[in-house]
Design a binder for this molecule. Structure first.
Ligand SMILES: N[C@@H](Cc1ccc(O)cc1)C(=O)O
Length: 381
C-alpha cells in the first residue's frame, strides 16, 4: 500500500528527539524518495542498544527512503585511534552483517539499503582537498566544541580528533544525501555541518536525531554503562534474563527507566514490523495471570499507576528481547564463517597480548636501525 506524504513524514519522524529542516524533507517527499545516511564508527562491539537507531532505519526503509549506512572506518581511527587501522576493516564487516541481520529480522524491505565504507571515498584527491578547505574555515575552538559529545575528550587533543567533525559534515555532500540521521549526541556536529557546507558552496542538509535511550542500568546507553547492563547480540536467553532482572527499574517511574525506554523504542516498533499484535506478559496464575497490552502507552500507564510491577515488566521485556535475538542470532549464525569474522574483529585479549610481546621482541631486534620512540608518542614533549 502506497503511503501519502503525511504518512511517510510521520513514519520518518516518529520517536525522534529532534528534527532540523523538517520543511525541506516534506518538500522533497512531495517530489521523490528521500536520500538519507546514518554513519557509524565501528569502534566497539554492537550490543542491544544498537537496536534503537536501527529501528529508525527500519522506519525510513518502510517509508521508501534510500538509506545509506556509512561504515566510518577512517573516523573510527581519527577518534583517538579507538579502532586501530588493522582491526577496523574486520569490524566494518561485522557491523555490516549485524545491521543486515537486524533489519532482516524486522521484515522490512532492504533493497534500498546500501553500505558504504568511509575510506572508499575519503582518501580520494577531491575529498582530501575539500577537507583542507574545511580545515581552513573552521577554528580550533569550533571543531573542539562540535566534537565534544562524540569524540573522546583528552587533555591534549590530537589534530585527528579536530578533523573528525568537519569530515562528518563533508560526508553529507559526498554521500549526496538530503538528510543525515544520528543520535542527539551528534547534534553539535550537525549544527557545524549546517554552517560549514553553505560556507563551502554546498547545500545545507536536514538532520534527524534519535533520543539517547537510558541503559538497563539507568543513564545513557553508552560505553560507560557497566558490562552487566549491556546485552550482547549473542547472549543466551538465560544471560539476557539475568541482565534484565538486574536492571534499574524504579516502581512507577518512567524517567531514566531503561526497561520502559527499550520497550518504547525497540520492542513495540519491532513487534509491529514482525506482525505481532500483542505484548504479552506471562505472569503466573497465582500472581494474577497473563497480561496483554496493545500499545506502549498502555504499558506506561499501567506502570505509572503501579498496576504493573517492575518484576512483571522485566519478565515481558526479557522474553521480547529473547524473541528478537533468536531471529537475529539465527541469521548471523547462518553466515558460513561468523566465528572467523568475530575472531578477526574482536581478537581475544590474550592472543593480542602475545602478539604485542612478539612485536616488542622483534622491535628490539631491529632497534639499532630505528630512531628512539618517545614515551608519549608525541613529537614534542
Ligand atoms: N559520529 C558518528 C560516526 C559518524 C562518522 C562519520 C559520519 O559521516 C557520520 C557518523 C558516531 O559517533 O558514531
Amino acid at each position: 500500500m502506497a503511503l501519502s506524504v503525511d504518512e511517510k513524514y510521520e513514519l520518518i519522524t516518529r520517536n525522534l528527539h529532534e528534527v532540523l529542516g523538517g520543511d525541506a524533507i516534506r518538500e522533497i517527499l512531495k517530489e521523490r524518495d528521500l536520500e538519507l545516511y546514518f554513519g557509524t564508527a565501528p569502534t566497539g562491539r554492537p550490543h542491544c542498544g544498537y537496536f534503537v537507531p536501527l529501528m529508525k532505519l527500519a522506519d525510513f526503509l518502510q517509508a521508501g527512503v534510500h538509506v545509506k549506512v556509512l561504515l566510518a572506518d577512517v573516523h573510527a581511527f581519527l577518534d583517538n585511534m579507538k579502532a586501530p587501522m588493522e582491526l577496523v576493516q574486520h569490524r566494518v564487516r561485522y557491523y555490516e552483517l549485524v545491521i543486515k541481520a537486524i533489519l532482516k529480522s524486522l521484515n522490512v524491505p532492504i533493497e534500498k539499503l546500501h553500505f558504504i565504507v568511509g575510506s572508499s571515498y575519503q582518501l580520494k584527491e577531491e575529498y582530501a582537498l575539500d577537507n583542507y578547505r574545511a580545515c581552513a574555515v573552521t577554528t580550533e575552538h569550533d571543531a573542539m566544541r562540535a566534537g565534544a559529545e562524540v569524540v573522546k575528550q583528552v587533555a591534549s587533543p590530537l589534530i585527528s580528533s579536530l578533523m573528525y567533525p568537519g569530515m562528518q559534515a563533508l560526508d553529507e555532500q559526498y554521500l549526496n544525501v538530503d538528510v543525515q540521521f544520528g543520535g542527539v549526541d551528534q547534534r553539535k556536529i550537525f549544527i557545524l555541518a549546517e554552517k560549514l557546507l553553505p560556507m563551502m558552496g554546498y547545500k545545507k542538509r536536514s538532520h534527524l536525531m534519535s533520543p539517547m535511550v537510558p541503559s538497563l542500568a539507568g543513564g545513557k546507553m553508552s560505553a560507560s554503562a557497566g558490562a552487566n547492563a549491556k546485552i550482547d547480540l549473542f547472549d543466551e536467553p538465560n544471560v539476557v534474563k539475568k541482565k534484565v532482572r538486574s536492571a534499574f527499574c524504579e516502581p512507577g517511574v518512567v524517567e531514566d527507566n531503561g526497561c520502559l525506554a527499550f520497550l518504547k523504542h525497540v520492542s513495540f516498533p519491532a513487534m509491529k514490523f514482525r506482525g505481532e499484535k500483542e505484548f504479552v506478559i506471562d505472569r503466573p496464575e497465582k500472581y494474577g495471570g497473563k497480561i496483554v497490552f496493545n500499545t506502549y502507552e498502555e504499558v506506561e500507564k499501567a506502570y505509572v499507576e503501579q498496576t504493573l510491577a517492575p518484576q512483571d515488566l522485566k519478565d515481558g521485556l526479557q522474553s521480547s528481547i529473547n524473541a528478537l535475538l533468536a531471529t537475529v542470532q539465527a541469521e548471523l549464525k547462518s553466515h558460513p564463517d561468523m566465528e572467523g569474522v568475530i575472531k578477526l574483529a574482536y581478537p581475544d585479549p590474550k592472543d593480542e597480548k602475545k602478539a604485542k610481546k612478539d612485536k616488542k621482541k622483534n622491535a628490539k631486534k631491529d632497534a639499532a636501525n630505528k630512531q628512539p620512540e618517545t614515551e608519549k608518542n608525541t613529537i614534542f614533549h
